[in-house]
Design a protein around this ligand. Structure first.
Ligand code: FES
Length: 135
C-alpha cells in the first residue's frame, strides 16, 4: 500500500526546512553577504565568520573584487561601497585603510576596502556594491 503525502504538506515541509537553514546559517558562522555589481546584478553568498568580505568574494568567484595584494591593505582593488543601512554595523575604517582609499577611484562616504571588513554574525545580510572601475 502506498502512502501519499498531501502536496501542500510537502511544500510546507520544504519551506520549513529552508527557513530552518536560513535561520541557522548566521548562527553557525555563515552570514549572508550580498555583492551588487555596477550593472545591478546581485550575488548572495554564505560568508564565513572571521574571514573578510574580500576573502568571501574571492572564495565565491564574485566579480569586481581583484584583491591584488591579498588583503594586506596595499592595493585598493577590493574597494566596495557599503550599503548605507549597514555603515554603522560595519564600523569605521582605520587610518591605514583611509590612506589606501586615496588610491581608489570614485571614493564616496560609504567606501571601504573589503579586505578590512571582518565578517561577524551581526553582518548577516550585509550588502556591498562594487565600483564600475573594478567591474
Ligand atoms: S586586497 Fe589589497 S587593499 Fe584590500
Amino acid at each position: 500500500m502506498h502512502s501519499r503525502a498531501c502536496p501542500s504538506n510537502k511544500r510546507a515541509e520544504a519551506m520549513d526546512t529552508r527557513l530552518r537553514r536560513i535561520g541557522t546559517t548566521a548562527e553557525q558562522g555563515m552570514p549572508n553577504i550580498t555583492y551588487v555589481d555596477h550593472a545591478g546584478t546581485a550575488r548572495t553568498i554564505d560568508g564565513q565568520v572571521g574571514s573578510t568580505v574580500m576573502e568571501a568574494a574571492i572564495r565565491n568567484n564574485v566579480p569586481g573584487i581583484d584583491a591584488e595584494c591579498g588583503g594586506a591593505c596595499a592595493c585598493a582593488t577590493c574597494h566596495v561601497y557599503v550599503d548605507e543601512d549597514w555603515m554603522e554595523a560595519v564600523g569605521p575604517s582605520e587610518p591605514m585603510e583611509q590612506d589606501m582609499l586615496d588610491f581608489a577611484s570614485d571614493v564616496r562616504a560609504t567606501s571601504r576596502l573589503s579586505c578590512q571588513i571582518r565578517i561577524t554574525p551581526e553582518l548577516d545580510g550585509l550588502k556591498v556594491t562594487t565600483p564600475a572601475r573594478q567591474g
